[in-house]
Design a protein around this ligand. Structure first.
Ligand SMILES: Nc1ncnc2c1ncn2[C@@H]1O[C@H](COP(=O)(O)OP(=O)(O)OP(=O)(O)O)[C@@H](O)[C@H]1O
Length: 211
């Protein structure tokens, strides 16, 4: 099982192509880091893989099937700013319910306290709010997660707790995880493999397209 990006091209309207034929493979159960300087298209690639943007050409296969255009999203994106990813007018119970109803065990594992469910987003810290975004992304049918600078805004202890929790779940559920981060020490610690975004075009480098 793998998420496969094949010969992907994309450009924003009026902009230069960001990738000319990008290839990438994320095996389920593995943690892959996407690296590269600012502005080279890491977040855009994450959004393409999650289905938030449409490629100009090429294909994205999720466990052998094309990425669905609507409905169920097997690839979930977690952003840097959780406060922008939740509806400020909904209590946290409804924020979660928008996607699914995580079991009490999942909530406990993600580190969400029961009493937080009745709060408004503004009544939680950024780290607490990010835990909700992670729980919301962990549907039973989720297969891959893209974490785009997911913990950049938090202190070192919160960062470590969140990564520890998510990697444990990824391994247990055999999900695939794409980590976009500028923090090399973090990537070195958690990733099975690291791919520089500017080398995805070259099939002879670090992103072997095996099939
Ligand atoms: N909505 C948009 N419309 C037009 N151009 C955009 C849009 N979003 C991003 N870009 C441009 O696309 C390029 C890639 O942006 P992207 O955010 O994917 O890079 P990145 O590698 O994730 O950068 P960073 O490490 O700073 O987050 C940049 O030049 C950016 O200005």
């Amino acid at each position: 099982m793998a998420l496969i990006v094949r010969d992907l091209t994309f450009a924003y309207p009026g902009g230069e192509p960001l990738y000319k034929a990008a290839n990438l493979r994320i095996e389920s159960g593995t943690v892959v880091g996407l690296t590269g300087p600012s502005g080279t298209g890491k977040s855009t690639l994450g959004a393409l893989i999650a289905g938030d943007l449409r490629p100009r050409s090429g294909e994205i296969l999720v466990d052998g099937l094309p990425l669905p255009r609507r409905g169920f999203r097997p690839v979930q994106l977690i952003h840097q700013h959780p406060e922008h990813a939740v509806n400020p007018r909904w209590r946290m119970r409804s924020v979660l319910g928008e996607s699914h109803r995580p079991s009490p065990e999942t909530l406990e594992r993600v580190g969400i306290r029961r009493e937080w469910l009745d709060r408004w987003p503004e009544e939680l810290s950024g780290g607490e709010l990010q835990r909700f975004c992670i729980a919301r992304a962990l549907r039973a049918d989720t297969r891959y997660i893209v974490a785009d600078e997911m913990t950049t805004m938090f202190d070192a202890i919160t960062q470590a707790q969140i990564w520890h929790m998510l990697i444990d779940i990824v391994r247990d559920r055999e999900l695939g995880l794409l980590v976009i981060s500028h923090e090399q020490a973090l990537l070195d610690r958690i990733c099975d493999e690291q791919l520089p975004v500017d080398r995805l075009q070259n099939p002879h480098t670090l992103s072997p397209e095996k099939s």
